[in-house]
Design a protein around this ligand. Sequence first.
Ligand code: F6P
Length: 341
Amino acid sequence: MRIGVLTGGGDCPGLNAVIRAIVRKGVAEYQHEFVGYRDGWRGPLERESRALGIPEVRGILPRGGTILGSSRTNPFKEEGGPDRVAENLEADGVDGLIAIGGEDTLGAAAQLFDEGIRVVGVPKTIDNDLSATDYTFGFDTAVNIAMSAIDRLHTTAESHKRTLICEVMGRHAGWIAFHAGIAGGANVILIPEVVFDLDRVCEYIVRRFESQYSPIVVVAEGATPKGGIPSAEGAPTDAFGHVRLGGIANWLEGEIEQRTGHEARATVLGHIQRGGTPSAFDRVLATRFGLHAIDAVHEAQWGKMAALRGTDIQLVDLSEATAELKTVPDSLYREAEVFFG
Ligand code: F6P
């Protein structure tokens, strides 16, 4: 068989490990050939690809990013998009596609499958917000990066007796903030799932200073205070309609400083969380996803996605995988409250 592979959406550590596993097993066990489509759905839409064989995947296991490139191109927002994808796959002699992506890339894959395109999905995102899988790869690395940053913020916060606010990614899910906040010993964790009360946050901060420690606030980029923030309106959106988030820490900096009388400073981690080498957990998970994805292709299990359930990798319907967002349950968030303040 000739298999197309693409990586779409925001990149994350572990994408190259998936690509390597797919190609290594695909060539060694099944004698398949591969076409590497460039920049997510843009590749099959515009028929842009690159060679993808054993030589191309050598040495890429520990490398961050994706050797195939990525984009947030939505084939359903392009003129004749689904038909162009089908025509180009046929022109390239591609029998089936492996789409590695998050909610958007896999959502498009599910729709294309409904239109007759043979596709298997692999879940990735640092946000860990796909409901069908216990974990996505990229998440563990992002959490570790954020945790290390919080560790560092503690020592400098103590020296200057400041409140330091650390903004992390995660879009509409608070997984990164929750995990990094607990692992890093944050004094307040703010997540999108729970609208926060700024007066309460300031009470925690004051209490922390009273006990002779300097507070660390971990805030998810999608967290919102009661009443919202005026500056969030009018932010740009991508081809999937997602608003560009970021900036809540800078807003909090001014509010907290003014309300508590203690200096407050913001650190926005941003894309640092998505860059660089994957953790061991992510390398293993990504590799296992890749191995199961190529098995699924070989068995013609089209319309499926590899998912982690407990310690097993299982195949689930792509439509199920993208049906709803996995967010932090309220009961889990409440477990961390004992550390607040
Ligand atoms: O979905 C991954 C993610 O990093 C989100 O956490 C974040 O909101 C978004 O992508 C940022 O996207 P971009 O890199 O396109 O600005």
